[in-house]
Each structure stands twice: as structure tokens, then as C-alpha cells.
Design a protein around this ligand. Structure first.
Ligand code: SAM
Length: 214
């Protein structure tokens, strides 16, 4: 993701605390208070400019969505989209580090984690930074419901192969694997920005759905 300096981003973010929650640690264990209903919460880690999480929120009004993104200059584009879409009631954004999810969520807060086109960190010495590394799987398990799910899409074959092995070693159950999602193109597939970019170049999109066994 190319980062552009946007000096107005912080002010714009602060002006929309109803979308980008400024104090997410206060809602640990009580996200239903934010949404005003007990519906399941699905999070996307590394939400980028928000096309996927906004599309999902519009498609599934009975699910609550939280898009998590590290950078002001990126999440502000997601925020602009959400404002333009008149702030769906079942969608919030968090400008936090996905490596610190335990500060904001506790066991059973989340029913599903989405990872879309996560940074591949191809060097072996950076493996721990991959969002499907064992350390991250442990983190997701600690905030998910029992048998909670991870849904993962990528164009990066190396990261996909690594993730399959990582999830298998962790003892997760694979429910779905596609080596060419767009050949099947499920009707309900919401494309991310990266997915549009890579599929336009003719690259296959890999996808998996997996589940913790406890
Ligand atoms: N998911 C989007 C898509 O498919 O179009 C964006 C993909 S982009 C390659 C990866 C995004 O993940 C970037 O916006 C990056 O800032 C974000 N990211 C990477 N590590 C993160 C972390 N630890 N916590 C939150 N966001 C992270």
C-alpha cells in the first residue's frame, strides 16, 4: 500500500468518532453496546481503503463489521467511503495495530476474521510479521468464539502456501480452498481494491476458509 502524506487526515478522523472509534479499549467484551444489538462481529485486519468491509456491511445487515487499519493516511480513504455511504449502522473502523487485538477484544467478542491481500513479508526472517503466522493465529483464537473462522484471500502464492501449512500445523480445519476464486466467482464475493487490481492483470486469486477446532 503506497502511503501518501495527508495532513488533513487526523482532523478528518477525529471529526468522525462515530465511525473510527477513538477509544476501542473501552469496548473490550462489550462491542454489542457500540452496535446496539447482539449480532455477530466480523473483523477485517488490514482493511486498507475499506471497499471490502463496506461492501460486506451493506450486503449483510445482520452482521456487525469492524475494519482495522494501521495507517491514518489509508484508513481516511475508508472513512470517506463510509461517510459517502451514509455510515451503515453495522460498520465501524479502528485505527490500531492488528498485532494488539487483545487490547480491544476478549474471548468470544469476534465470530470471524477476514484477512485480504495481507502484506506477504517474503523474507524468512520477517515470517513472524505475516498475519497468518502461528503467533497471529493464537491471537485470533484468543478473541474468537469457539470454532471461529478465518477467511483469507490473496494473489500471493508463496503467502498462500505458507498460510495453508501454518493453519494446518496449528490444527485448524480447512473448510474451503480455491486456487482460482474468480473462475468460480461466488455470487456474494465482494472484491477488495487489491483483488480488483490483480485480477484485472489476469492473476489468479487464492482463497481459503478455515476454522479453529475448539
Ligand atoms: N485489504 C486491502 C485490500 O485487499 O485491498 C488492503 C491490502 S494492503 C496490501 C494491506 C493493508 O494492511 C495495508 O493497508 C496495511 O497498512 C494494513 N496492515 C498491515 N499490517 C497491519 C497491522 N498489523 N494492523 C493493521 N493493518 C495492517
Amino acid at each position: 500500500m503506497r502511503l501518501r502524506n495527508k495532513p488533513w487526515a487526523t482532523e478528518y478522523i477525529e471529526a468522525h468518532p462515530d465511525v473510527i472509534i477513538p477509544n476501542p479499549e473501552d469496548y473490550k467484551g462489550k462491542w454489542h453496546e457500540v452496535f446496539g444489538n447482539p449480532n455477530p462481529v466480523h473483523i477485517e485486519v488490514g482493511t486498507g481503503k475499506g471497499q471490502f468491509v463496506l461492501g460486506m456491511a451493506k450486503q449483510n445487515p445482520d452482521i456487525n463489521y469492524i475494519g482495522i487499519e494501521l495507517f491514518d493516511s489509508v484508513i481516511v480513504s475508508a472513512l470517506e467511503r463510509v461517510v459517502e455511504a451514509e455510515k451503515p449502522a453495522n460498520l465501524r473502523l479502528l485505527k490500531v495495530n492488528g498485532a494488539k487485538l487483545q487490547e480491544y477484544f476478549t474471548k468470544n467478542d469476534v465470530s470471524r476474521v477476514y484477512l485480504n491481500f495481507s502484506d506477504p513479508w517474503p523474507k524468512k526472517r520477517h515470517a513472524k510479521r505475516r498475519l497468518t503466522h502461528e503467533g497471529f493465529l493464537k491471537l485470533y483464537e484468543s478473541i474468537l468464539i469457539d470454532k471461529g473462522e478465518i477467511h483469507f484471500k490473496t494473489d500471493n502464492r508463496g503467502l498462500f502456501e505458507y498460510s495453508l501449512v501454518s493453519m494446518n500445523h496449528y490444527g485448524m480445519r480447512l473448510n474451503y480452498v480455491s486456487l482460482d476464486l474468480h473462475a468460480e466467482m461466488p455470487e456474494d464475493n465482494i472484491m477488495t481494491e487489491y483483488e480488483e487490481k490483480f485480477s484485472a492483470k489476469g492473476q489468479p486469486i487464492y482463497r481459503l476458509e478455515c476454522q479453529f477446532t475448539a
